[in-house]
Write a protein that binds this ligand. Sequence first.
Ligand code: MN
Length: 757
Amino acid sequence: MAARGAQEATISRRMMRQYELVERVKRYNPAADEALLNRAYVYAMQAHGTQKRASGDPFFAHPLEVAAILTDLHLDDATIVAAVLHDTVEDTEATLEEIRRLFGPEIGALVDGLTKLKRLDLVSKQAAQGENFRKLLLAVAADVRVLLVKLADRLHNMRTLQHMREDKRQRIAKETLDIYAPLAARMGMQELREELEDLGLRNLEPDVYATISDRLARLTAKSERLVESIEQVLTDKLGARGIAATVTGRQKRPYSIWSKMERKSVAFEQLSDIFGFRVVVDSLEACYAALGVVHTSWPMVPGRYKDYISTPKQNDYRSIHTTVIGPQSQRVELQIRTTAMDEIAEYGIAAHAHYKEGAARRCADGSVHARLATESGAYQWLRRTIELLAEGDSPEEFLEHTKLELFQDQVFCFTPKGRLIALPRGATPIDFAYAVHTDVGNTAVGAKINGRIAPLLHELANGDEVEISRSDGAAPPAAWESLVVTGKARAAIRRATRAAVRRQYAGLGRQILDRAFERAAKAFTEDKLRGALPRLARATTEDVFAAVGRGEMFSGDVVRAVYPDHRDERRPSAPQAPGNGAGRLVRSPDQTMRLTFPGGEGGDAKSGAIPIRGLDGDLPVTFAPNGGAVPGDRIVGILTPGVGVTVYPIQSAALAAFDNEPERWLDVRWDTEASGSERYPARLALKSINEPGVFAQIAQVIADHDGNIDNISMKRRTQDFTDITIDLSVWDLQHLNAIIAELRGKRPVNSVERVNG
Ligand code: MN
């Protein structure tokens, strides 16, 4: 009994009573048609009957809540009634004819528009969103109040989205962020937009939303007194100059903080403008007077001053924006405006649709449009867009031709199947690919824009149809991370790059271990290695491979961990290394090299050496820091922790430093197939006599031979002679030798030697 009573109490609290609806409207519109509102209430309640929402609430609670949202916007009777009736035709036995008969043609037309929109929602799973958007605008063309009801409908659905299935929730939340929130913004309805955005983020990125909300809450608790004291200081300062102002501080919303973090790639802590203050005064003159007081009291932050009073935004928004280093050295963001401007800022187009006492009752003959069109820039924009819409017949064309002023900082592109992908302005096909799916981004290798091959870094435009070509083995280059504009792409690239580097090290480690076990004449399987994992203090075999590849763990230790009885013969003879172990093979030219370049020495393809492909290959490779290595050189690899393999020509003096660390020596060779498109570093030391133009002659020789000079340094040794060191990149040893020979032929050049530091 008690439980039932509680349940009823819950429902009655949720469901607005008939008299409450009337009271809400009468509060701002004393002349409201009470009988009309009552008729609509009863009609919709009976029509929806016992229908339930996904939450288990009576369905009728939904149209009532939608109507309540619109009473907050102070809308006229017809709009409120249309909201109460908006789902009846589609979801109940009610017909449009009946509604026209009972409520008149004006409300009939509104309900008709809303019914059409409702049908649109039902097909939106299959239909392209671009087409949906076009139809949405066409449906509201008849009367902008349809759009207001639709936005309120969406807001209530978003407020109750938690009762929906996960996939449906994602789709609706995304559509809200892609279409409805920007539309609300374009209509100047800030409050509504902000709530739609926050609810969208909460459903799409619950973790992000929770983290940001949590931090905001903690910040509020900490700075409550700060906000109050800034409000007080501002009010006092203005009051002292005879300006009556209402100053309110408020925290930014989670979505706006999130999008700023995304846009600027900054952490929460780096955001300086978490609080904004609004100064509302009673006249236009007072706005500028207040601005003068603010700017003479505190230093302004350059680049943040904007006067939307003298140049209003397209959606009629008017306000002065500025940021100062205010009381207590806090950055204070200020919006200064009049009460009337404040109303437009809050309600946007809805402010123009307010019922005004004494205004003629709206008729279905367009008189409402006429009034709105003269007053509201946002509405004019809407009309213009809709006219353009009537001319194009495909949604793509529409999006392209109108340039979608609506979404000034967004571009809308399409997949070949017509799926709409909304991206921030400046986005590239890489962003597009990641927006479609992380896998698509990770394997993207090329793009076609509107059927033509385009660079992956091309900036996308509205209406572009983008087709991404993929290659299965592809991994995103790390450099993409700084070239994309969406946070999703950036995070995915970072993850993929990290994974790729790890795979490289693991691949190298595997090869090193294969050879180490081979030398020890022991069988090597991953199963055996798995058994030794505890001894190696690693969780997976992959971890062991990566550790060996990175040089953090030596192959000999792994062999001993798998075969504890194994006696390592190398240890006693250490000083003699690198004649042992991995280094041994290096000493034998036919085993260490397989040369692939014209003029190079032939190699043994059956060699067990690890093939080196240069910097583009699958292994983490660098070349000797002082002198490099080029194909044709006999080479050896030195395992360097944190770097991978450093390749040295065997004549390098630097190798002596590794004589006592045989474990670090790796048997490497140049790879036959993969080379050829890459240059390799080498260093030359020249001695030349001092005379004008020597440098130019040297540079000319290298350029004539298609060599790249990476660095050049000169040091005058005596009055007559200069030492020149050149770092250059060449294709191979033959190429390098040709350059050396030509340089030696130049008269001012005394000597040319290759440097192998
Ligand atoms: Mn609805």
